[in-house]
Design a binder for this molecule. Structure first.
Ligand SMILES: Cc1ncc(COP(=O)(O)O)c(C=O)c1O
Length: 389
C-alpha cells in the first residue's frame, strides 16, 4: 500500500492515542528498514527497545517459524517446554527464582505490585508502594498510579490508591516516606521515558539496604533497561544488588509481545494457584524467540560489545557544538541539545533516513544491541547533519 493511502486509512480507523510521525517501515534486517517506496532508514530505536537484535535476526526467525509449525498456543494449565526453559535461562541470568509470563511491561509491573502487596500483607505491613518522581511503569490504571509523572494521570482519575513518589536519587527523601504502611519501593535503575536518567550505584545499594532494614520489597522495573540494554543483562547488576522482584518485557521477545515478572527465592511462594494469570502469557512461539534472544544477549562478550558501542556513539558526538550533554548506560543514550528541540530533530532525522526517539526534552537512542559500527557511523552522520544544520 502506498504511504499516503496508508496514512488516510490509519487516520480514519485507528484511535488517535499516538502522535504519528512520518515513517512506515514495512521490512527490515538488522538495524536497517525500508518503506514500501524503498526509502531506507537506519534504526536507532529498535521499536522503543523491542527489537533487541534488530529486524528479523536469523536465529530468532528460525526458532519462531519452527515453533509455529508445531503448536501456536497452549493454555497455562498445561506444561510448555519453551516457557519452562526460558524461565530457567532468566533465573540463571538474574539471581531470581521464579518467573511469571505475561504480554507487556505494564502487565509485568501489575504482577510485581500484586506480589509486593501480598508479601507485605503476609508480613503485617501496609499496601503503599513508593516509586520515583519521573518514573514510568505503564499505562494501566495501577501502573499509571505507579508512574511518578502527573501529566499522565490527569484525565484518568481516580487511579489505584497507595502510591507515593520520592525524588529520584535522593535516599533521604525515600527514608521520610517509609513507614509501617509501606509494602515496597519500585524503581527503574535508568529512568527511560523520564529522560534517560541513570541512578547512582550507591543510591541503588542504599535502597536495597533500606528495604532490608524495613522488611519491604525492592521491585526493579527492567522493562526498558533489561536484556542487555545497559551492557549488563539487567541494569541492577551494575550496583551488585539483588532485588526481590524484577520485571522485564520489551527486548525479551525480540519483537513479539512478552512480559515477565521474576521473583526472588524469598518471594517464590507468595502467589498460590489462582492468584494471577494471563491467557496469552508464556505463548510457546513468543518464548521460542525469546530463548534465542536470551541465549545471544547473555554472552559476556556480546554484553561487552554493547558497552563498547554505546561508548563509541557517545564519543562520536563528543565534539559536537550543539550537544549540551550525553547521558545513559550502554546502548540507552540520552542527548540534550543546546538549541534544537528534540521533537523537531526527530522529524528532520526521519526525512533524512534515521529513526530516533525522544524522552522528555532529550533525544534518545535505543539502537539494536547488535548494530554494526558502520551502521552506527551511517546513523551518526545523518544525526550530525541534522543538528549541525
Ligand atoms: C520502564 C518501563 N516500564 C514499563 C513500561 C510499559 O511497558 P508496556 O508498554 O510494554 O506496557 C515501559 C514502556 O515504555 C517502560 O519503559
Amino acid at each position: 500500500m502506498k504511504k499516503e493511502e496508508l496514512k488516510n486509512l490509519d487516520s480514519e480507523y485507528i484511535l488517535h492515542s499516538y502522535g504519528r510521525v512520518n515513517a512506515a517501515p514495512e521490512k527490515g534486517k538488522g538495524a536497517v528498514c525500508y518503506e514500501e517506496s524503498g526509502k531506507k532508514y537506519i534504526d536507532f530505536t529498535s521499536g522503543i527497545g523491542v527489537n533487541a537484535l534488530g529486524y528479523c535476526p536469523d536465529n530468532w526467525v528460525e526458532a519462531v517459524k519452527e515453533q509455529l509449525d508445531k503448536i501456536q498456543h497452549v493454555s497455562n494449565y498445561y506444561l510448555s517446554e519453551n516457557a519452562a526453559v526460558l524461565a530457567k535461562m532468566l533465573s540463571e541470568n538474574s539471581g531470581m527464582s521464579r518467573a511469571f509470563f505475561c504480554n507487556s511491561g505494564a502487565e509485568a509491573n501489575e504482577c510485581a505490585i500484586k506480589i509486593a502487596r501480598a508479601a507485605a500483607l503476609k508480613n503485617g505491613k501496609g499496601f503503599n508502594i513508593i516509586t520515583l518522581v519521573n518514573s514510568f511503569h505503564g499505562r494501566t490504571l495501577t501502573t499509571l498510579a505507579a508512574t511518578g509523572q502527573d501529566v499522565f494521570h490527569q484525565k484518568f482519575l481516580p487511579l489505584t490508591e497507595g502510591f507515593l513518589y520520592a525524588e529520584a536519587g535522593d535516599i533521604e527523601a525515600l527514608k521520610t516516606l517509609i513507614d509501617e504502611n509501606t509494602a515496597a519501593v519500585m524503581l527503574e535503575c535508568v529512568q527511560g521515558e523520564g529522560g534517560v536518567l541513570p541512578m547512582e550505584e550507591d543510591y541503588l545499594k542504599a535502597v536495597r539496604k533500606l528495604c532490608d532494614e524495613n522488611n519491604i520489597s525492592m521491585v526493579v522495573d527492567e522493562v526498558q533497561t533489561g536484556i542487555g540494554r545497559t551492557g549488563k543483562f539487567f541494569s541492577y547488576q551494575w550496583a551488585g544488588i539483588i532485588p526481590d522482584v524484577v520485571t522485564c518485557a520489551k527486548g525479551l521477545g525480540g519483537g513479539l509481545p512478552i512480559g515477565c515478572c521474576l521473583v526472588s527465592e524469598k518471594h517464590k511462594d507468595i502467589f498460590a494457584p489462582g492468584d494471577n494469570g494471563s491467557t496469552f502469557g508464556a505463548n510457546p512461539v513468543v518464548c521460542a524467540g525469546a530463548r534465542e534472544i536470551v541465549k545471544t544477549v547473555s554472552d559476556e562478550k556480546f554484553l561487552g560489545e554493547v558497552l563498547k558501542k554505546g561508548e563509541y556513539i557517545k564519543k562520536s558526538l563528543s565534539d559536537c557544538e550543539e550537544v549540551e550533554f550525553i547521558r545513559g548506560k550502554g546502548m540507552m543514550i540520552g542527548i540534550k541539545l543546546k538549541n534544537k528541540p528534540a521533537k523537531e530533530v526527530l522529524g528532520k532525522c526521519i526525512e533524512e533516513g534515521l529513526l530516533i526517539l525522544t524522552a522528555k526534552d532529550l533525544v534518545r537512542f535505543l539502537p539494536p544491541l547488535n548494530i554494526s559500527y558502520s551502521e552506527i557511523d551511517e546513523g551518526i552522520k545523518i544525526f550530525r547533519k541534522v543538528i549541525e544544520a
